[in-house]
Design a protein around this ligand. Sequence first.
Ligand code: FAD
Length: 404
Amino acid sequence: MRIVCIGGGPAGLYFAISAKLRDAGHDITVIERDPPGATYGWGVVYWDDLLDILFRNDPESARALQAESVLWQEQRILLRNEQTAYLSGYGFSVGRAALLDVLGERATELGIDLQYRREVNGDAAELTDADLVVVCDGANSRTRQRHGEQFGARVDVGGNPYIWLGTDRVFDSFTFAFEQTPAGWIWFHAYPSTAGISTCIVECSQQTWHGLGFDSLSSEDSVGLLEKIFERAIDGHALISQSRGEPARWQRFTQVTNKTWSHGNLVLAGDAAHTTHFTLGSGTRLAMIDAVMLAQSLYDHEELPAALESYDRRGRAALRPIQAAARTSMAWFERADRYLDRDAVAFAYAMAGREGAHPPWRYQMHLATQIPAVRAALRGVDSARRWYLARRRGEAPALPARSR
Ligand SMILES: Cc1cc2nc3c(=O)[nH]c(=O)nc-3n(C[C@H](O)[C@H](O)[C@H](O)COP(=O)(O)OP(=O)(O)OC[C@H]3O[C@@H](n4cnc5c(N)ncnc54)[C@H](O)[C@@H]3O)c2cc1C
């Protein structure tokens, strides 16, 4: 089958790899408007469940991805840099650029034609010789916009402005820092990404954003002001704005839904099909799961319409609860100031329960988690769990960020 993917992000590259592994006879081209190595944003987090899927699907790229990833342990919540609370658990993080390098190299090795610096203008008719066009050009997909009615596309914009930055302050846990300014609360979500660099996403309400004057500040001045506001939380380190040579911009989250993910020989995958708010840390994972699901549907069904129908039905059904949780999480952060009169431990508990109420024993557990000895014991349990899961997948366990 002749397949063209519009967009060389995680969805496009991982679909190409997954489809080629299932049928080496596919002729697959990935068209990406940017040059190799250029991408927006910093690191993305993921968990063991994604590694399980990737190792099953393609151990080679999974191992390479794991080697580029760092481990973070616990979530640390700082209020005004005066009070700290903890949530247990762990996850991984990988720089977007490193992830795309791994996937690009693997795709090339498998004989996939990667065409960088080529932009599809939204008219898939320019790809007339393709049997299947995978539309995976991100949340602002032009091809989806052009066929918006057929896909039943809906785009909503979140309330809070955010800016996706890096910092040379290396965090070893997933850290939320909330600072109170005369204009209102502002906070960041930070986690380690690559050697010596952490990701730092700053968010606040529109009222605070206007009150602090971000609407009239240049990108450079915005970053300067944020460095002052978060000086203690980033320990005097720098915030880094430039990724792919362009300064980061304040944005509001684009929430994408579609009533159907396929139309004729066009099929949506990744952010072009659906987005989930970044506070859930799931968009890349879901893009890669779409990729595997679509490749498997093509493998399972001889006829293309049947394959696309199966992918569309199963994919949308699996996504519904995740997208609902992401909406709830986004809404919680849009009203975070309602909870910020609490102390850090009570606030952290409210934050942990933002996607649904917890049973009462969870609160007792949460209180216990604030005790250093209990946290050390929980980290031990997590290490054992990580070791077991890594052995089951046949890979070496990850080391904490600090020891890399
Ligand atoms: C602030 C923030 C933090 C996030 N954190 C996380 C996280 O921690 N964990 C997580 O799992 N997810 C996270 N995400 C979500 C994640 O980044 C996306 O869900 C993921 O990148 C989707 O992959 P994709 O391949 O569908 O789209 P993209 O990664 O957007 O890739 C689309 C590609 O298409 C290319 N393209 C666009 N238009 C064209 C065109 N016309 N012609 C050719 N090429 C084109 C683009 O250059 C791009 O390379 C975060 C998102 C944001 C905004």
